[in-house]
Design a protein around this ligand. Sequence first.
Ligand code: GDP
Ligand code: FE
Ligand code: FE
Length: 200
Amino acid sequence: MCEFDYQLNLIPLTRQELLSTVCEKVSKKRFKHILGVEQAAIELAKRYEVSIEKASIAALLHDYCKELSDEQFRQAIVDYRLDSELLDWNNNIWHGMVGRFIIEDVLDIHDVEILHAIEIHTTGSNQMNLLDKVLYVADYIEAGRSFPAVEAARLIAASNLDAAVAYETSQTLLHLIRQNVPIHPLTLQTYNHFCANMLV
Ligand code: GDP
Ligand code: FE
Ligand code: FE
C-alpha cells in the first residue's frame, strides 16, 4: 500500500484520517477493493498527468456510500431535493449519484472535481474530464478484479485512457443487457460518446 500525506488541503482530513473514516463505513472486502482502486487511480494519474491527490481522494471515497440502505438513499434524495427520477433507480446508481451529496454534506468535502468523479464513477458521461476517466477506469481494473475482460482492460488503460473508457463501457453494457436490467441514460450517453465511433 502507498504511504504519503496530502499537501493541498483539498479536504479537512489527513490521508490517514480519510482511510480510517472509510474503513469504518464499509466491509473489509469493500475496503480492500477501495484500496485497490486508489492504487490503480494513482498509477493512472501518474501516467495521464492528473493530480495524484485528487485521484487518491476520489478513489478512497468512490464507494463510501455503497452500504447504505435503500431507505437512507430515498431519504437523501428527498432531503437534498434531488431529481425525483433518481427514485426509479437502485443502489448501483445511488451510491455515486446520491452518495456525492452525502459525502459533501457529512464529510465537508467540496472539491467539485472530486465530487463529480464520484458522482459519475458508475455510469460515466459524455463530459468526462481526466480525473473522471481515471476513477471510472481504476474502479474497473483494480488488482482485485478478476472477470474475463479485465486483462484486456488493463492493457488498454496503460496506453490509451479514452479507449479504456470505451472498452469498459461496452463490456459493462453487454453485461447489463445479458442481465435484462435497466440501463441508465448516462451509461448510454457514455457509450454513444466513447464507443459508437471507435473500434475496440
Ligand atoms: P462497484 O461499486 O465497485 O461495484 O462498481 P460500479 O460503481 O462501477 O458499479 C456498480 C454496479 O452498477 C455494477 O454491478 C455495474 O454493472 C452496475 N451498473 C453500471 N451501469 C449501470 C446502469 O446503467 N444500469 C444498471 N442497472 N446498473 C449499472
Ligand atoms: Fe461504485
Ligand atoms: Fe468501486
